[in-house]
Design a protein. Structure first.
Lengths: 264, 187
């Protein structure tokens, strides 16, 4: 850390937050830094919840089962089956379920004190999920329609053929290139900006309340405002964590639905 | 600050994934996916199937119960209607029987009354006849007595008359002795 920053008492978050030093297996493909450890923690908690929550499910549910069933049922009915229909919904349900709960679990750690950074705030996880979604909708399209899928996707019906010279490259771009990129970037940047803003607010609050105020500077009282804003923004981050998980799973389902649709 | 950013730029780029980042990201996805395929979704589907089966079962049960209730109700209604018909039949029968019994009794009573009346009338007639007869006899003899009495004084010295009176008296005595039957015989 530069000495100047420490002296001023104000340490703004830096991009370095997303690249902490490895603590285990340094230099190997399995290097674990703080964020990777958070991911493992999230995976462990998800496994624990999903295992215990669905272990002895009763026809007449208890309190815990109601919550578990509500969450699973929400993704099952409102995302998978509502978008893809009963049959395809069931087929692609495992991936869509995983997308939602993994993304949500990884996102929410950004708002949890002590963890303070989303597991999805580095590009690896969003990219992996986006590539899976991308591969899945292409697979679904080919499986259902064969080469007709490419024809459907790239040559819009009812368009004079010379326009295909213009439209087909655009379709290639929007369907097969832009989609995975937007999936990745939407999630990644939401989490990155969320972390930067929260960390900035915390750093500013700390600076105002514990550096300026003790030295008699009344500007330190601004810290009260930044703390209030931080609390509000924390709530917003929790909302964003859920929203982005929903968007990711929902878009995956939509892309599959568009691919298996008979008509474009 | 400047050196700081440079250092960061050297160490990591937000848009370029490191190998461990991809490895652990994939690992996380695979673990959760496998769990969903292997356990969570089968359990959830099992539960939902069981629940819909249970609900169907309960609906069937309710349907059976309703059908049974309807059947029993219909049966009761039939029995009730039958009982009503039976009661009506019995009532009609009773009314008829009553009428018949009353008519019979009335007829019987009428016959009895007629019989009694006829008997009484016959008796009265007989008594009247007998009274008339006895009166007639009595009056006859009294008339003769009276006539004899009236003319007896003129005939007192007549031996025939005396004999007649004597005989009459003797007859009278005789008449008194055997009762009321002799005047009939003397006519």
């Amino acid at each position: 850390m530069p000495a100047a920053a420490a002296a001023s008492g104000f340490e703004p978050p830096t991009i370095q937050d997303f690249f902490p030093a490895a603590v285990l297996f340094q230099g190997t493909p399995f290097a674990l830094n703080r964020i990777m450890l958070i991911r493992l923690l999230v995976v462990a908690l998800l496994v624990l919840w999903l295992w215990l929550g669905t272990r002895r499910m009763q026809l007449v549910p208890g309190r815990g089962q109601v919550i578990t069933e509500f969450l699973l049922g929400f993704v099952r009915n409102n995302i998978a089956i509502e978008t893809l229909g009963e049959q395809d919904g069931r087929r692609f349900m495992p991936v869509i379920m995983t997308m939602f709960f993994l993304t949500f679990g990884m996102n929410i750690t950004g708002a949890i004190p002590g963890l303070q950074i989303a597991g999805s705030a580095v590009i690896g996880l969003p990219l992996v999920l986006a590539i899976i979604a991308w591969a899945l909708f292409i697979y679904a399209g080919f499986k259902k329609l064969g080469w007709t899928y490419l024809k459907n996707a790239l040559f819009l019906p009812g368009v004079p053929w010379p326009l295909y010279f213009l439209l087909t490259p655009l379709e290639i771009l929007s369907t097969f290139i832009v989609r995975p990129i937007t999936l990745t970037m939407r999630l990644l940047m939401n989490m990155v900006s969320g972390h930067l803003l929260l960390a900035l607010v915390y750093a500013a609050s700390s600076f105002f309340l514990f550096t300026l105020l003790p030295s008699g500077n009344l500007f330190g009282l601004i810290g009260v405002g930044t703390v209030a804003f931080g609390v509000l923004y924390l709530g917003f981050e929790i909302f964003v964590a859920a929203l982005q998980a929903y968007v990711f799973a929902f878009l995956t389902a939509i892309y599959i639905q568009l691919a298996v649709a008979e008509e474009h | 600050m400047h050196t700081h950013i440079v250092a960061a730029a050297e160490q990591g780029n937000l848009l370029i994934p490191s190998v461990p980042d991809l490895v652990w990201g994939t690992f996380a996805f695979v673990v959760i996916l496998v769990l969903f395929i292997w356990k969570v979704l089968p359990r959830l589907n099992q539960l939902l199937d069981d629940r819909s089966k249970a609900i169907e079962g309960r609906i069937d049960e309710a349907k059976h119960a309703r059908e049974e209730a309807e059947r029993v109700l219909k049966q009761y209604q039939e029995q009730l209607a039958e009982a009503r018909t039976e009661a009506g039949r019995i009532r009609d029968q009773a009314r008829e029987d009553g009428k018949r019994i009353i008519a019979e009794l009335r007829e019987q009573a009428q016959t009895e009354a007629d019989r009694v009346t006829a008997q009484a009338r016959a008796q009265i007639e007989a008594e009247r006849a007998s009274a008339v007869q006895s009166l007639r006899a009595e009056v006859g003899s009294l008339a003769i007595d009276l006539a004899s009495g009236v003319i007896g004084e003129h005939l007192a010295d007549d031996k025939n008359a005396t004999a007649l009176v004597d005989r009459f008296l003797a007859e009278l005595d005789l008449d008194q002795a055997p009762g009321a039957t002799s005047p009939g015989a003397s006519r």
